[in-house]
Write a protein that binds this ligand. Structure first.
Ligand SMILES: Nc1ncnc2c1ncn2[C@@H]1O[C@H](COP(=O)(O)OP(=O)(O)OP(=O)(O)O)[C@@H](O)[C@H]1O
Ligand SMILES: [Mg+2]
Length: 212
C-alpha cells in the first residue's frame, strides 16, 4: 500500500484539486484507491459524495481499521488541511510513502511555501531519501512571467517540479461534478492529460521503488 500525502499549509494552493485528481487517475488505472480526507472542511468527502457511480471507484477512508484491511487499498491519497504544521504534519509525513506539494505562482504562496519546504527538508525521512517529495505548480500559464518566476524560485530547493497545471475551468467543473480530468472525454481534457503525464510517471516510479 502506497500512501500519497498532498500537503501545503498555504490555503487554496490546490491540495484538494490534486488529491481528487490523483485518486481519479489511479482509480482509472484500476487501482483500489482510498481518498482520506483529513480536512475538517471535508471538500474531498463532498467530491466523493458527488462522484457518479459509473466512474471508476474511489473509496472513502472507512472509520474502522478492519474495513480498510478488507478493502486492501493499493493507494491511500491523503488530502490535508490548510495550516497543517507541527506534530500533526510530522505524523502525516511519517505515514506517507510519497508527498506532493501544490503551489500557485503568487508571491504570497511562494513565501509561505518556501518556509514549508525548508522545514520539510530538515525531516529525517526526507533527508534520508525514504520519503520522496515533489512539487506541482498549479494554476500556471507556462507563457507568463509569473510561471518563469516560480521556476526560478523553485531552483533553490532540492525537490523536483513534476508538473505545471494550467488555470482552467475544467478543474472547477470536475470539483463540482465529482470527476477528475481522467474521467472526461479526450476532447475536453487532452491538454490536461498531457500536463499530468510527468506527475503520473513520477507516481509510477515511486510505486516501483517501493515494490523493489
Ligand atoms: N488549476 C486550476 N485551475 C482552476 N481552478 C483551480 C485550479 N486548481 C484549483 N482551482 C480552484 O481553486 C480553489 C482552491 O483549490 P483547492 O480547493 O484545490 O485548494 P486547497 O489547497 O485544497 O484549499 P484549502 O487549503 O482551503 O483546502 C478551488 O475552487 C479550485 O476549484
Ligand atoms: Mg482543500
Amino acid at each position: 500500500m502506497q500512501t500519497i500525502l498532498i500537503a501545503n499549509p498555504k490555503g487554496g494552493s490546490g491540495k484538494t484539486t490534486l488529491a481528487t485528481n490523483v485518486a481519479g487517475f489511479l482509480a482509472g488505472k484500476r487501482q483500489r484507491v482510498v481518498l482520506a480526507d483529513e480536512d475538517p472542511q471535508q471538500s474531498a468527502t463532498q467530491w466523493l459524495a458527488r462522484r457518479p457511480a459509473l466512474f471508476p471507484q474511489v473509496a472513502a477512508l472507512p472509520a474502522e481499521r478492519r474495513a480498510l484491511r478488507e478493502f486492501d487499498p493499493q493507494y491511500v491519497v491523503v488530502d490535508s488541511p490548510a495550516g497543517l504544521h507541527g506534530e500533526r504534519l510530522r505524523d502525516e509525513v511519517r505515514r506517507a510513502d510519497a508527498m506532493l506539494v501544490p503551489l500557485t505562482p503568487s508571491a504570497f504562496d511562494m513565501a509561505a511555501t518556501a518556509r514549508f519546504l525548508r522545514q520539510l527538508a530538515e525531516y529525517k525521512a526526507v533527508k534520508g531519501g525514504e520519503l520522496a517529495v515533489a512539487l506541482v505548480a498549479n494554476r500556471v500559464d507556462a507563457r507568463t512571467h509569473s510561471a518563469a518566476e516560480l521556476d526560478a524560485f523553485l531552483q533553490d530547493f532540492e525537490f523536483p517540479l513534476v508538473a505545471h497545471l494550467r488555470d482552467t475551468q475544467v478543474y472547477v467543473h470536475c470539483a463540482r461534478d465529482g470527476a477528475s480530468v481522467f474521467d472526461l472525454p479526450r476532447s475536453r481534457a487532452e491538454q490536461d492529460w498531457e500536463q499530468w503525464r510527468p506527475l503520473t510517471r513520477w507516481l509510477a516510479r515511486q510505486a516501483r521503488a517501493a515494490a523493489a
